[in-house]
Structure formats: structure tokens, C-alpha cells
Write a protein of this length. Sequence first.
Length: 149
Amino acid sequence: MEIQIFSKEQQRAIEEKTEQLKRIREGSLKPKELASMITERRLSWLKENRHLLRNDLPLPEAAYRLLVFDHMGVDDNLLIAKCKHFCPYLEACKKVKVGTEFVCKEIGEPSIVEFMKEINPRLSFDRDYGRIRPYWAYCLEYVRLEEQE
């Protein structure tokens, strides 16, 4: 199960992109024309906002943050992580032949949920159990700052 939560702004962006793709499929817009429009818009934005590029981070991370968070306006309230790091439970599950979905959900996840809530009660943690190792190349995990009620 993949978690999909879209804000109104994200839904509007999806609708815009859907219309663009429909125009491409119909032939009223060429892919290269759309790519050129997007490139022109992004480079224009960069010219005005290059000063936001952080020099306290490695350049690839700074450039990515500038593109994704500053230019594209991706919400800092959701972090999606593709985890490939060393995990002793993963290795132990392989040795004992126990499913990682059970171990991660029942043993590992409760402590992560509580850890996040201790930092801030609005922080939540979730994992896509359809995309976890060793069945997938990585574990797909989400940390979200929930809206205030």
C-alpha cells in the first residue's frame, strides 16, 4: 500500500500536469515545447533566487534543496526516505528466516513512532510495507508533521 496525501496545491499541480499531458497526447503540444517552457521558467526563477543557494551544505544537497524546497515549493512537512543503510534487524531476519514486515511493524516501528512523538506530538512515522527490504531495493519511510487542529 502506497500512502498518497495531496494538499489542494498539489492537487492543482496534478491537474495542470494532467492537462499538459493530454495536450501532448492530442498533439497540440510537443514534449520539447513543454520541456522548453519548464526550463525557461526554472532558469528565470533561478536567476532571481540564486542567493538562496546554501553554502553550508555540500553542493549537490544545496542544489537539490534549492530546486525541491525553494523552487518547487515541496512541503517540508513530509519527508520521504528511501532507506538503504545498514540494518541489523534486516540481517538477523535473513539469518533466522523471519519476515521483515513483521519485525519492522511489530518491533521496530512502535519505538520510532514514540521517538517522533517525544520530539513533537504532531510528528508521525509510517512505512510502506510493500516496499521494504529484502523484497525491495530499499525501505520506503515517511515522516510527516501533521496539521494543527
